[in-house]
Design a protein around this ligand. Structure first.
Ligand SMILES: *Cc1c(COP(=O)(O)O)cnc(C)c1O
Length: 382
């Protein structure tokens, strides 16, 4: 059988460009220090859960202002386990957006529930004003995605959830360090879920994720479910899953939260500001309106542009790793066929998937590089 591993080629193609989206080499250039700290894991052999995970959970909870943070295997698992903890099952309906990473929907489908899409607004977040018309007796939860690390209009979504007695599981995989009027995602719903995949803002050396909640009972369920439902070695309270955070990833995350994450966040924000100021006068480009209440953390810096595909090719030819997140909205993916959607169902998501473009915004992009990228973009339209 031919293995369908497209990643090695993608990694090597991307790394040939000069201004990259992927910055992991620089970010972990101090890996000997991390490896050195890691030796203690090899000495006491607490490879999964254990003290390193406990410590990481404590620091993560504090960082995002949560009462409870539970380390799990991935961001996808975080969403899946949160939905399971709320009792989501076969036949339930879950409202979310078709403009997200595929994992949001995969997690919903894995519970047996049916994803029901609601279109986005021009900032790529779910249109809270279109949610109510999709609610029926089967609707059990809303999964808003804080796209690029910009928090959705959660107050309105909370009001809807309250009115119809449905739950909220936030996909905050882009949103570490983000807030809305100083409130972090965990304050806005039953759960907020994070990913620490290598390409996320808080990124470890493999797959890992976090569930956060303010609710003790729900936290307890996640603690159980991520480790087979075991209360202790011999006693199983409910059948669960294996989605344990391992100590190596926990140690990397702890290191980053202590030493680097604030800089990562701040640099992304200041880079985005610089892009904004250098692109705002170009009539071919639409920028997101910024809102002082929202602390956006720019997991991606996205612009909407005319002649997107040509511009992308032009930038790549000039050694800039411009990317499209994502060219196909999920309701039009082959995997969604059984849901019965068609072209035209979500006009905004479809339009944005054709004109959106992501520019490198990570902490190692220099001001000089941003100037170079924006000069090129402005030149392209002249
Ligand atoms: C990355 C991501 C996920 C999934 O996280 P993994 O850790 O890769 O499982 C879910 N939703 C969004 C929006 C993401 O970007």
């Amino acid at each position: 059988m031919k293995k369908n591993n497209y990643l090695p080629k993608q990694y090597s193609n991307d790394s040939k460009l000069k201004i990259n989206h992927n910055y992991l080499k620089e970010q972990f250039s101090d890996y000997p220090k991390i490896l050195n700290e890691m030796t203690k894991i090899f000495k006491d052999c607490q490879f999964t859960l254990g003290n390193y995970v406990d410590e990481c959970e404590k620091i993560f909870a504090k960082r995002v202002g949560a009462k409870f943070a539970i380390g799990v295997g991935s961001g996808t698992d975080a969403i899946f386990l949160s939905l399971k903890a709320l009792g989501i099952k076969n036949g339930d309906e879950i409202i979310t957006t078709p403009f997200t990473y595929i994992a949001t929907i995969g997690a919903i489908v894995a519970t047996g529930a049916k994803p029901v899409f609601v279109d986005i607004k021009d900032d790529c977040n779910i249109d809270e004003n279109q949610i109510q018309k999709k609610i029926n007796k089967k609707t059990k939860a809303i999964v808003p995605v804080h796209w690029t690390g910009r928090i959705c209009e959660m107050k309105k979504i909370q009001n809807i959830a309250k009115k119809y007695k449905i739950k909220i599981v936030q996909d905050a995989c882009h949103a570490i360090d983000a807030n809305y009027s100083n409130k972090t995602p965990v304050k806005f719903g039953d759960f907020a879920c994070y990913s620490m995949h290598p390409l996320k803002n808080l990124n470890v050396w493999g797959d890992a994720g976090f569930v956060t909640t303010q609710n003790r009972q729900l936290a307890k369920k996640i603690f159980l479910m991520r480790n087979h439902g075991l209360v202790n070695r011999d006693f199983c309270e409910v059948f669960g899953y294996n989605s344990r955070l391992d100590s190596i990833q926990a140690l990397v995350a702890t290191y980053l939260m202590r030493k680097k994450l604030s800089n990562i966040t701040n640099r992304r924000i200041s880079n985005a500001k610089m892009y904004d100021s250098l692109l705002k006068n170009n009539p071919n480009i639409i920028l997101n309106k910024r809102d002082k209440k929202i602390k956006e953390v720019f997991h991606l810096y996205q612009i909407k542009v005319k002649k997107r595909n040509e511009l992308k090719r032009f930038l790549i030819k000039n050694n800039i790793d411009a990317k499209v997140h994502y060219p196909i909205p999920i309701h039009l993916q082959k995997s969604s066929k059984y849901l019965g959607y068609k072209k035209g169902d979500f006009p905004m998501a479809e339009k944005i998937s054709k004109n959106i473009l992501s520019l490198p915004v990570h902490e190692f992009v220099t001001n000089k590089q941003i100037k170079y990228v924006t000069d090129l973009i402005n030149k392209f339209y002249n």
